[in-house]
Design a protein around this ligand. Structure first.
Ligand SMILES: [Zn+2]
Length: 300
C-alpha cells in the first residue's frame, strides 16, 4: 500500500463523532455541530474545525517536499518575489507597533523558505525561524544564511529563551494543536511582546457566501477556521490582547493562481500548459478578498 493511501485511510478512520468530541480548544465547551461535510462548529464560541485528528507521522507526511512544489504551490521558490512583497506589506503594519528598544528578538514559526526573515533581518538584533519542511529549512539556511531550525515547535526545547516578537503567517490553520502553540509562545514571551499572525476569517462575507466552496476550506492541511471573536478568545486565554485585526490583501503571481484553479481545482493541464509556455507566471497582481485576518496581539 502506498503511503498516500495509508494516510487517507488513517484520516478516514480517525474522524471523530461530534457527540463524543473533546472540549473546544478555544472555549472548552463540548457541543460542536456539523457546519459543512467534515467541518464542525463550536456552538458556544463559533470556532470551526475539520473533523479529523492527525498523528505526528501524518502531519510530517503532509509537509514533505511536494507541499511546496506541487501539492499546495506550483513552485514556491519561483514565487519568491511575490512572497517578499507580501512580507514587506505585513511588516509595514507590524512596524507601527514595534519599539526598537523593546522588540529585539524575533521568532517566526512556520518560516518556510525564510523570505519573511530575510526581509526583516536588519530590523532586529536577532531573527530565528522554525519549520518542519526539509526543503524550506535547507533553502533558508544555505541560500539565505538564516538561523532556522528544522523541528516541530512544540517538541523543540528553547530552554529559558524569550522572544519579543513571534510571527505565524498563514500557519495557525495548519496546526494540529494551535492552543498548545499559543500556550508555548506565552511561555517564551514576556509582558509587552507581540504575536502577529494571519489566517482566514470563517465569518467573513466571502466565507459565508462561498460556504464549503470557500477557497480556504482545505482539510487536511487547513484544520482550523477562526473568526475575529474566536481568535481573540484563544489568544486572550493565554495572556494576549488583540490590538489590531484587519483584512489584508496579498500579491499573487498569475502562474500560481492559474495553477491553483486549472490544475488543483479543475484538473485541466491542457489549459494551464500554454500559459506556462507564455511565461505569464512571473506577472502578478494585488488582491484583497476581505477574508484573511491580520491579527497583532500584545502579551499582558
Ligand atoms: Zn468553543
Amino acid at each position: 500500500m502506498s503511503s498516500t493511501s495509508t494516510q487517507t485511510d488513517k484520516l478516514a478512520a480517525s474522524s471523530i463523532n461530534p457527540a463524543t468530541n473533546n472540549a473546544c480548544i478555544v472555549c472548552g465547551a463540548t457541543d460542536a455541530a456539523p457546519l459543512y461535510r467534515g467541518i464542525l462548529k463550536c456552538r458556544a464560541c463559533g470556532y470551526v474545525f475539520a473533523d479529523m485528528r492527525l498523528t505526528d507521522e501524518e502531519l510530517f507526511e503532509l509537509y514533505n517536499e511536494e507541499f511546496f512544489t506541487g501539492a499546495e504551490f506550483s513552485d514556491y521558490a519561483a514565487d519568491a518575489k511575490f512572497f517578499r512583497k507580501n512580507f514587506r506589506l505585513r511588516f509595514r503594519e507590524l512596524k507601527k507597533f514595534l519599539d526598537p528598544a523593546r522588540h529585539q528578538n524575533l521568532l517566526e514559526i512556520g518560516s518556510a523558505y525564510g523570505f519573511f526573515l530575510d526581509v526583516v533581518r536588519d530590523e532586529f538584533a536577532a531573527v530565528q525561524g522554525i519549520d518542519i519542511t526539509d526543503a524550506g529549512v535547507r533553502f533558508a539556511r544555505e541560500e539565505l544564511k538564516l538561523d532556522v531550525v528544522q523541528a516541530d515547535f512544540l517538541a523543540h526545547d528553547y530552554g529559558a529563551r524569550k522572544f519579543d516578537v513571534v510571527c505565524m503567517w498563514d500557519t495557525i490553520e495548519h496546526l494540529r494543536e494551535p492552543q498548545a502553540y499559543v500556550e508555548k509562545i506565552a511561555a517564551h514571551t514576556e509582558r509587552g511582546a507581540l504575536l502577529a499572525l494571519t489566517t482566514g476569517d470563517i465569518e467573513s462575507l466571502n466565507a459565508r457566501l462561498r460556504r464549503d466552496k470557500w477557497r480556504l476550506i482545505h482539510p487536511p492541511t487547513h484544520l482550523h477556521y477562526f473568526s475575529p471573536e474566536s481568535i481573540a478568545q484563544l489568544l486572550d486565554a493565554h495572556g494576549f490582547d488583540v490590538i489590531y485585526n484587519r483584512y489584508c490583501g496579498f500579491y499573487r503571481s498569475i502562474g500560481n493562481m492559474a495553477y491553483n484553479i486549472l490544475i488543483l481545482r479543475q484538473q485541466k493541464p491542457a489549459l494551464y500548459r500554454p500559459l506556462e509556455r507564455l511565461g505569464v507566471g512571473g506577472l502578478g497582481f494585488y488582491l484583497n478578498l476581505y477574508d484573511i485576518m491580520y491579527v497583532i496581539a500584545r502579551r499582558r
